[in-house]
Write a protein that binds this ligand. Structure first.
Ligand code: HEC
Length: 114
């Protein structure tokens, strides 16, 4: 009996841990600040017509759906620019996430921010 309950609780916790991080991050972040931080730290390489040694493709919130942004932020360590991300504070990344996710292509308020 106790073992059964224990297993149930464990399964619930595991399911929560798999789902929670993405959701919590998007909710915790400040999208307004994220927009500013994105411009400051990401835009240089990801704007239309960017030049330099390491030009990324042009990105804006509507470049991806919310599910796609979730994938990006879940696997941020495997991005070509992971070294750039790791220079930022975790809270700043959360804010950038809130901005991109919150205005994604399939969000209630899609935004193409230059
Ligand atoms: C020094 C230049 C540079 C900076 C700064 C930079 N990136 Fe990148 N990024 C790249 C390059 C180069 C790639 C690989 C080419 C590509 O896929 O665009 C890349 C890839 C990506 C991708 C994958 C592209 C895709 O369509 O899935 C995402 C998402 C991304 N960067 C987001 C960001 C975010 C968010 C920031 C700010 C925290 C950032 N980048 C900062 C250069 C940069």
């Amino acid at each position: 009996m106790l073992i059964k309950i224990g297993k149930g609780v464990l399964t619930l916790c595991m399911a929560f841990c798999l789902v929670a991080p993405g959701m919590v991050m998007a909710k915790d972040g400040n999208a307004r600040k994220g927009k500013y931080l994105y411009r400051k730290y990401c835009r240089e390489c990801h704007k239309e017509g960017a030049t330099g040694d390491r030009v990324g493709k042009p990105l804006s919130p509507v470049s991806k759906t919310q599910a796609q942004w979730e994938e990006v932020f879940k696997n941020a360590k495997s991005l070509a620019c992971a070294d750039q991300w790791s220079q930022r504070k975790e809270a700043d990344i959360d804010d950038i996430y809130a901005h991109l996710w919150g205005h994604a292509y399939d969000s209630p308020s899609p935004a193409k921010c230059e």
